[in-house]
Design a protein around this ligand. Sequence first.
Ligand SMILES: Cc1cc2nc3c(=O)[nH]c(=O)nc-3n(C[C@H](O)[C@H](O)[C@H](O)COP(=O)(O)OP(=O)(O)OC[C@H]3O[C@@H](n4cnc5c(N)ncnc54)[C@H](O)[C@@H]3O)c2cc1C
Length: 381
Amino acid sequence: MDLSLSAEHEMLRDTVRRFAETEMSPLVEHAEETETFPRQLFRLWAEQGLLGVRYPESDGGSGFDKLADCIVREEFSRVNQAFASAWSAHTHLGIWPIWKTGTQAQKERFFLPALQGEKIAAFGLSEPDGGSDIRAMRTKATKVDGGWRLNGSKLYITNAPIADFILVAARTAPELKPESISLFIVEQPDPGFRITALKKHGIRGSETGLIYIEDAFVPDDCLLGEVTGTYPVILDSLSENRVGVAANCVGIAQGAFEASLDYARSRVVRGRTIGAYQAIAHRLADMSAEIEAARWLVNYGAWRVDQGEIDAATAARVKLIASETALRVTESAVRLHGGAGIMREYAVGRFHNDAMVYVIGEGTAEIQRNIISRSLGLEKP
Ligand SMILES: Cc1cc2nc3c(=O)[nH]c(=O)nc-3n(C[C@H](O)[C@H](O)[C@H](O)COP(=O)(O)OP(=O)(O)OC[C@H]3O[C@@H](n4cnc5c(N)ncnc54)[C@H](O)[C@@H]3O)c2cc1C
């Protein structure tokens, strides 16, 4: 197994880093302050071929692999996780299932315009009573002439307030089991969808919605895949995306680490830069070692995806380690900054709030531990 980066991967990292620093960074402050996502970013990403990184050229993508996808994520998150989250909900959660199981017509209508930045995608799985527990999903789809009627609600949906279409999970059979869930592509705005933007402590520059769905009509051709047949697709999509989200966590940690290193070199206390004190130097050494370990684990996860061998437990291990690393590293970053760490003028507090999102979103750390422990053959609770 060779986990080293190819010349193309290195070039991609340099290009994306430059792009993130020059085009994305200037938009961060306004987006975070106003809690609004700058929609023009989707056009800019499309122009750079950054919306289809992991999709084959034959399907309209840029023809890279999962490792490349992880590099892009790390570089975006190093600058701002809110923008990286909007990108992730769009390029993976909202369109990967369409790429995997959509009809040619669905791909032309939704997948391709999404790769070209013409339509923004979101993915609605979580609900007020069904976040960790998909089994508790209540949103229902009832068969009617020519289509389906959707009723229910979705909570904490990234991009929902700005989406042109939302991939909505709904129960198409009455049994409370995951196998009774289907996916629908719902164009927005839709008179049956009421979407409210939520206020957040983390990833404030992305827009997250609460959705009420009342008698929304979805035509038959917007059902994705087989009726009650898409649960395995959802699970595969989540596994692959957990490796991606782990790369985001490495980027968050890296951004906080670099800010801390700069601060340790410039902040003078009792006549010495604080980096000269061993307690601070060791803190930075631990941060750098933990980031390096998480990055190699992400590369391994990406390699497993590229081999077509990713399983739920491996993805859970990668996501668990990277997300908790980001949380520890960003906490260290805030503490190393002293009082400045609490001030909005410095980015480390934002990095810490953003890291907190990823021990919760995409399946909490406890749920990742449940997945891993089940793979160890332990009895189900
Ligand atoms: C900013 C943000 C963006 C998001 N974007 C999206 C999105 O785009 N699409 C989408 O569908 N969802 C999205 N989510 C939802 C996210 O996936 C859920 O918040 C997450 O899965 C947890 O569900 P919950 O919030 O209902 O927590 P709960 O399920 O209520 O969990 C509460 C606590 O109980 C623990 N817990 C629950 N069950 C167990 C168990 N069996 N064993 C041990 N501990 C348990 C949890 O770990 C947690 O600590 C987003 C969330 C956030 C915060």
